[in-house]
Design a protein. Structure first.
Length: 152
């Protein structure tokens, strides 16, 4: 694992590089490329402070990865949770510990903010990500089925 991985909360100064990575993340999930839309979406998240975006650098590289977390609550457990909605590492930096460091920092910050859980979802076929999640102690939810109603 590369020891020179730095993680910090994203600010508007990272918006350009972050938008390119976010566009790559969306394309990974078979969405059409839309850098200006990615920039607008992320700028709104930063402006409204309704998500926590952590970015990763390795050495003098530009941003090489990010994780985006959304604060929420569990009614059943009566406590705050964070939904780890997005994790993405630039292809050239995969397998070098960037994703793991982002995930670890997300956990540390969630604990510091009093969260009782981090929750995430990934495609059933995303075996690389699933291996990382399980390595870090995440367990597959076998109690609840998750449904979605698409509104657009």
């Amino acid at each position: 694992m590369n020891a020179d991985i730095r993680i910090q909360r994203a600010t508007f100064s990272e918006l350009s590089g972050l938008s390119k990575l976010f566009d790559g993340y969306r394309r990974f999930y078979r969405m059409k490329s839309d850098i200006s839309g990615a920039r607008e979406f992320l700028a709104a998240r930063l402006r409204h402070k309704d998500s926590i975006i952590l970015v990763a650098w390795v050495g003098d590289e530009s941003i090489v990865g990010f994780v985006q977390l959304y604060p929420a609550f569990s009614s059943v457990r009566m406590g705050p949770i964070w939904i780890l909605n997005d994790l993405y590492v630039q292809r050239d930096w995969r397998g070098q510990g960037v994703g793991q460091r982002l995930m670890e920092e997300a956990r540390v910050r969630a604990v510091q903010n009093g969260c009782i859980a981090l929750e995430l979802a990934t495609e059933k076929t995303n075996t690389h990500a699933k291996r990382l999640y399980e390595k870090l102690g995440y367990s597959l939810d076998e109690t609840f089925d998750h449904y979605e109603l698409a509104l657009t």
